[in-house]
Design a protein around this ligand. Structure first.
Ligand code: SF4
Length: 928
């Protein structure tokens, strides 16, 4: 009902009179009258209030969540009325793990609370299939609305032509983080699997993978759920900023403190989580390994370590030949002996148990050197890993040496080490590192990881509730991982082409070669790694045969030709953004993006297919932050012309089958060696059994020990904790928060490493060449071409976005300066003549971005911070640019290693990480 302005003013006068006289007046016609019950007053004057009342009526309520790689995995209830989504509310009905423990309820964050407003009903929603207007450039934003049939036909024809002209490995598929919506993940991956296309990695590419974990523990990552934080006696927030980036779980830090946990924060800047800590150490950027190793040196020097733990769980007692620096093996001692049997010393040479970590009453020496008879009659001196490591620490990593590089005083380091030692030994290992991207995005991230792991091993903290290396970067934990594999790769992983994205992007974007300080340049190590079969590179033959010239120089190389991207803002988030645009994208004949909003990747695509939002489809969502399974369910059907990812790729499979007209092609990867497109749709849907989204979701639940027995209806009624038996490093127990590596510490299962133990000695020749056979510290690297730029470039995760999602959201932009900014210390601003809110040009040899600067006294001098993920088109001047316009793609040679125990390529497990924290830039006032 509309109210004329004149009448409304009279009503206001009536209300004022009410206040002054203590009586209630109403309006009849043009007269004011005293009324006894204002709520019963003529409804014609109260109808406007229905606007608000109607907000609290609805037709249906559905359960869903957000698949944005936030790690929150919060269950929400979504309210629908008249076919439209009104809003969302936190479900807050997770069961309790134990009533004595703090609850995981309620879960949510500022971003999730405006998902429906910003994305489901937002003005950037992709409504129809779009095709880039012929003759316009990618990124120009010129679109033609087309029908689904036209879009699918043209894309299917391009797929078939690519296979025929360039081979199936010229088809590239990128989608990240299955845990955030595994059915959507599987949709395109399953099509890639059936076609012979290449599935790209993401966990390493986004630099979420901590390489020290596979190196030391033989695991990609496994961590404690957030509830276990309250079991810690000593917690170190090391490059992890949970107050900003783990909003649903940050309260567990405070609750740990209520229970007596001491909290130490280690960041160069006074990050938001510092306020939750008992002490904050402002380390110099990139020196974390030096600090960790000095703590290790102090712990060993003062005897503050858990000897029994080291004997059983680690390679510390294993014997190493002093002549080769390699483990003593049975093959060294006996003719025909095993190369995989290792030794320690317990009143004599003893084979270390390999089938179990149980020492069976043995007590191997941690120290000592001995003369051992070798096969053939020679003798060699052997010593323990522990002694070799101790000698290295005493030589290179003392407290005084660390103080000189970290900027942390020697007395402080000593005090911290003693606190950690005392807490660890007295509690049996309840010392926890909450590890984040702040320390993992460095070129030497593996050294950071290994140093911190060593510190935790010394106090017996890995594989303990309240302890461990809890690396919270990325929503990497797909609990029912076997269900995901069954849905994604029906013929098994052996029939699938996988690709480390960092290598793929580096080669195809033609990054400049780099000296490494070792015997070869980056290019040489890539070439050897691929030639050795350690790392894949697709399309096969992309390197040519000449190590020194594999980047396009006239040699006919094979290029990727077609790329599918879904559930990702791949281009926006790609390091080396300008190289991707200028060298990689021109090689791609067609880029197809599935999206529900016009992000940067969609903007630069050739076809954009409208996908269902998070509130319009079936799927599940899991995270390492808690141990509960809950679903996405559709509150409404997909809006406009959109479809779920599962339905889009299914429709494309049908169209490819139709257009292929019986075409088949050889593929040695595929069982039988021939791929038949004539059965593509039935292969995709298991003959119709998993054609519907809900059936694909149930299929996934049915094929994993963590979820078998669960139903979509059951987890829709209420989230359920995963089953006790898991494929991860611990099983789940009722009443006990999940923590990692209990199968090793409690069940005595060997680790998935060469030695079956936490392994600190890596004998691989490339590690030895780099001087990284044992944990060590190396300073940040200055890339060739970046020497002239004085500021370290820091790109952390922020408060007002989850990666690029919500970066363009009005409600979030209102909470900061409304556009991309960088943060600098006042000293660095003054020396450049800058004042707060100036437009500045941040630049280096890779490119530039023009943004505003914000003064931040809590920033470290010598560093500039720009929170990551700003879209290329948001708030910048002169040209489309973003936070990745000043990054390159760096590859650390040791991360290309293979053919050694736990060092073997596997998707998202082992391969070069997309590091960028060592990048250097300059900032100057922009006068354009
Ligand atoms: Fe939770 Fe993530 Fe949604 Fe935020 S965006 S409410 S953290 S699921």
């Amino acid at each position: 009902m509309s109210i004329p302005r004149r009448r409304f003013l009279k009503m206001m006068l009536g209300a004022a009179a009410t206040l002054t006289a203590g009586k209630v007046f109403g309006l009849t016609g043009t007269n004011l009258e005293v009324v006894s019950n204002p709520y019963a007053y003529p409804p014609e004057y109260r109808g406007w209030e229905d606007l608000y009342r109607d907000e609290w009526t609805w037709d249906s309520v559905s359960r869903s969540t957000h698949g944005v790689n936030c790690t929150g995995s919060c269950s929400w209830m979504v309210y629908e009325k008249g076919g439209l989504i009104l809003r969302e509310e936190q479900a807050a009905d997770y069961p309790e793990i134990d009533p004595a423990l703090p609850s995981v309820n309620p879960r949510g964050c500022n971003k999730g609370a405006c998902y429906s407003a910003e994305y489901v009903n937002g003005d950037r929603r992709i409504k129809y299939p779009l095709k880039r207007v012929a003759g316009t450039a990618r990124g120009a934003g010129q679109w033609q609305q087309i029908s689904w049939d036209q879009a699918l036909t043209e894309i299917a024809d391009q797929v078939i032509a690519t296979i025929q002209d360039h081979g199936q490995d010229a088809l590239t598929f990128f989608t990240p983080i299955p845990a955030m919506s595994p059915v959507s993940f599987s949709s395109g991956v399953r099509l890639a699997h059936l076609l012979g296309g290449v599935v790209c990695s993401f966990y390493d590419w986004y630099c979420d993978l901590p390489p020290g974990s596979p190196i030391t523990l033989g695991e990609q990552t496994d961590v404690a759920e957030a509830t276990d934080w309250v079991n810690a006696k000593y917690m170190i927030l090391w490059g992890s900023n949970p107050v900003l980036t783990r909003i649903p779980d940050a309260h567990f830090v405070t609750e740990a403190k209520y229970r007596g946990c001491k909290v130490l924060a280690i960041y160069p800047d006074y990050a938001a989580s510092s306020i939750r800590a008992d002490r904050w150490l402002s380390v110099n950027p990139g020196t974390d390994a030096a600090l960790a190793l000095a703590i290790c040196q102090r712990l060993i020097a003062t005897g503050q370590y858990d000897a029994a733990y080291l004997q059983e769980q680690t390679d510390m007692p294993l014997l190493v030949r002093t002549d080769t620096g390699e483990y003593l093996r049975e093959a060294d001692v006996f003719a025909g002996g095993s190369p995989d049997q290792f030794y320690f010393w317990d009143a004599g040479l003893q084979p270390a148990p390999m089938a179990s970590l149980d020492l069976g009453g043995l007590s191997p020496d941690l120290s000592g050197s001995h003369l051992v008879d070798l096969d053939g009659g020679a003798q060699v001196t052997v010593e323990t890993v522990f002694d070799r490591l101790t000698a290295r620490l005493n030589a290179n990593h003392t407290v005084a040496q660390a103080a000189a590089v970290t900027g942390v005083g020697a007395a402080v380091i000593t005090g911290i080490a003693d606190e950690i030692g005392a807490a660890g030994i007295s509690s049996g290992g309840q010392v926890m590192i909450m590890h984040g991207a702040g320390t993992n995005h460095w070129y030497h991230n593996d050294l950071n990881n290994r140093a911190m792991l060593l510190m935790l091993s010394l106090v017996g903290a890995i594989g303990k509730n309240g302890g461990g290396f809890n690396h919270y970067v990325g929503q990497e934990k797909i609990w029912p991982v076997n269900g995901l594999k069954a849905l994604s790769f029906p013929q098994g992983g052996g029939a699938q082409r996988f690709q480390n994205t960092t290598v793929w992007a580096h080669v195809h974007a033609e990054l400049e070669d780099q000296p490494t300080g070792l015997s070869q340049t980056t290019r040489g190590y890539i070439f050897d790694s691929v030639a050795n079969g350690w790392m894949p590179l697709h399309p096969e033959g992309a390197l040519g045969t000449d190590k020194n010239s594999f980047v396009n120089n006239g040699v006919p190389l094979r290029d990727p030709k077609m790329m599918f991207i879904w559930r990702a803002n791949w281009f926006n988030q790609a390091k080396g953004n300008n190289y991707i645009e200028q060298s990689l994208y021109p090689k791609l004949d067609m880029i197809v993006d599935l999206n529900f909003h016009m992000d940067t990747t969609a903007l630069y695509a050739d076809y954009v297919l409208p996908s269902a939002s998070h509130y319009e489809k079936y799927d599940i969502n899991t995270t390492d932050m808690h141990s509960f399974c809950h679903p996405f369910t559709p509150a409404i059907p997909p809006m406009f012309d959109s479809k779920s990812d599962w339905q889009i790729f299914q429709a494309l499979a049908a169209k490819i089958q139709e257009r292929a007209n019986g075409y088949s092609y050889p593929d040695p990867k595929w069982p039988g060696g021939i791929r038949y497109l004539s059965s593509l749709l039935n292969d995709f849907t298991n003959n119709g059994a998993i054609a519907a989204d809900i059936d694909a979701t149930q299929f996934l639940l049915d094929h994993a020990p963590e979820t078998v027995g669960m139903t979509v209806a059951g987890i829709t009624a209420q989230p359920q904790r995963f089953n006790n038996t898991t494929t991860w490093t611990s099983n789940l127990e009722a009443g006990r928060p999940y923590t990692a590596f209990l199968k090793n510490t409690e069940d005595k299962d060997p680790y998935h490493t060469l030695t079956g133990r936490q392994q600190y000695l890596i004998e691989h020749e490339w590690f030895v060449e780099a001087g990284e056979d044992l944990p060590t510290y190396k300073p940040p690297v200055v890339a060739a071409g970046e020497e002239a730029y004085p500021l370290l470039y820091n790109t952390p995760h922020g408060r007002w976005a989850i990666h690029s999602t919500w970066r363009n959201a009005k409600q979030m932009l209102r909470l900061n300066r409304g556009g991309p900014i960088c943060y600098m210390h006042p000293t660095d601003m003054t020396s450049r003549g800058l004042v707060d809110n100036d437009w500045v040009r941040m630049f280096n040899n890779h490119g530039q971005v023009i943004i505003r600067v914000k003064e931040m006294p809590s920033e470290k001098t010598g560093r500039v911070t720009m929170y990551h993920s700003w879209e290329r088109y948001v708030g910048v001047k002169e040209q489309l640019a973003n936070f990745n316009s000043v990054t390159g793609i760096r590859i650390k040679p040791t991360q290309l290693a293979g053919g050694y125990g736990q060092l073997h390529f596997a998707l998202n497990y082992w391969g070069p990480t997309g590091v960028q924290r060592d990048t250097r830039v300059e900032v100057e006032k922009y006068n354009g």
